[in-house]
Design a protein around this ligand. Structure first.
Ligand code: S3P
Length: 430
């Protein structure tokens, strides 16, 4: 993201009301696009994520010889099979760690050299987590101090048995994609279960995988077949609207056609566990991904401690959970979430600093924070750190504050949700 973009002003609101439909899920959009590239036939993806991150994935795929058409949010990709074309330039992943880490798994197995680079924020994010296991699979891959850019000399890969040390769906998916293109079998074990879109996407495109508890195996050399589908709304984007609904009494919000995959819906359990009233109206299954319509109304908002496996399951929702903590009765404690420091920004430091700007008391730990409840927030200038989830989390906190807030570098929301502010304004009542 560019570091200078206009700010956005948020005025306090009394409630949110109406219905929202979210842009397509970002995690699924990346995965379907990458597998469509490796498949035989033309894949059509409707409600593809309109964010800059997934646009970066499409741009990289185009540079690898893929013919991709896009009309609005409908994307068609003419698959090339497992072998892609050598790119004639560096592949620019922009701000997207998901693009870089997952594509590395595919590129490691190609018969050409490539280089993956990213923006300033991505250039600070750790890549050893994919470089090490891919090297064990026989990849020739390196990065200075394990930071981007990543240079890859494509080579033949072989399967491995690998225990992922820190829960990460990006790493798991990277290795599954590499395993698909490798000889033999690849087995991955994770410390706690993370989002399973990689597994479900592989199955959707016709691959057979074996799944056990926190374990997944894939046999190399399987061929994929194109699909035609629409992508459910992004539950991590929905989290901001759900959070707004629970902190503003009298709210009543419908969220339509949203992803309800159980490995992504921990935020719903947390909100209902704290006292919010959430109803699932209709649930359907498309290619193993559950989706449905939610109705949410505020109740008493108690508090919660999030730690262990639950922190990994809630990783993208923790910033907004912490941002609304002052509005809870008992406060929120987040532990075992050190990974937050390695996201698009140091999300622990940025959340704590912004809560303090709004007048809240909170305590920062290496792996999390404690934010006491029953605190009144005041309007403030929020520093987004060019991180989409920080900007959106504090836009929500600002709705319940006394006085106006300004989110700086607000255009960073375009990473996942370009129309976020317009949509938010369309459902708030003042
Ligand atoms: C993602 C996994 C998570 C998440 C990111 C998207 C994915 O990252 O934070 O926004 O699509 O697999 P990690 O796998 O690094 O935890």
């Amino acid at each position: 993201m560019s570091s200078f973009t206009p700010s956005f002003t948020i005025r306090p609101a009394v409630k949110v009301a109406g219905a929202v439909r979210l842009p397509g899920d970002k995690s699924i959009s990346h995965r379907y696009a990458m597998l469509a590239a490796l498949a035989t036939g033309v894949t059509t993806l409707r409600n593809f994520s309109p964010g800059a991150d997934c646009a970066a994935t499409l741009a990289c795929l185009r540079a690898l010889g893929l013919e991709i058409q896009q009309e609005g949010t409908t994307v068609t990709i003419a698959g090339r099979g497992p072998q892609l074309d050598p790119p004639n330039r560096e592949l620019d992943c922009g701000n997207s760690g998901t693009t870089m880490r997952m594509l590395a798994g595919i590129l490691a197995a190609q018969n050409f050299a490539s280089r993956l680079a990213g923006d300033e924020s991505l250039s600070r994010r750790p890549m050893a987590r994919v470089i090490e296991p891919l090297s064990w699979m026989g990849a020739h891959i390196s990065a200075p101090e394990n930071l981007p850019p990543i240079s890859i000399e494509g080579s033949a890969l072989h399967g491995i048995d690998y225990k992922i040390p820190i829960a990460s769906a990006q790493v798991k998916t990277c290795l599954l994609f590499a395993g698909l293109l490798a000889s033999g079998e690849t087995t991955i074990e994770e410390p706690s279960s993370t989002r399973d879109h990689g597994e479900l996407a592989l199955e959707a495109f016709g691959a057979r995988i074996e799944r056990g508890r926190n374990r997944v195996s894939i046999a190399g050399g399987q061929l994929l077949t194109a699909i035609d589908t629409d992508i459910p709304g992004d539950i991590s984007s929905a989290a901001f609207f759900l959070a707004a609904a629970v902190i503003l009494p009298q709210s009543s919000l419908i969220v339509e056609e949203v992803l309800l995959n159980p490995t992504r819906s921990a935020f719903l359990d947390v909100l209902s566990g704290m006292g919010a009233r959430i109803t699932m109206i209709q649930v359907e299954d498309h290619h193993g991904e559950l989706r449905g319509t939610l109705k949410i109304e505020p109740g008493r908002l108690l508090g919660i401690k999030v730690s262990g496996a639950r922190s990994a399951a809630l990783i993208d929702e923790l910033p907004v959970l912490a941002a609304i903590a002052p509005y809870t009765e008992e406060g929120i404690e987040i532990r075992d979430a050190r990974e937050l420091r390695f996201k698009e920004s140091d999300r622990i430091a940025e959340v704590v600093a912004n809560l303090r700007r709004m007048g809240a008391t909170c305590e920062e730990f290496d792996d999390g924070m404690v934010v006491p409840g029953r605190q009144k927030l005041k309007g403030a200038v929020i520093h987004s750190a060019d991180d989409h989830r920080i900007a959106m989390a504090f836009a929500v906190a600002a709705l319940g504050a006394a006085g106006e807030s300004t989110i700086d570098s607000a255009a960073c929301v375009g990473i996942s949700y370009p129309d976020f502010f317009t949509k938010l304004e369309s459902i708030v009542e003042r």
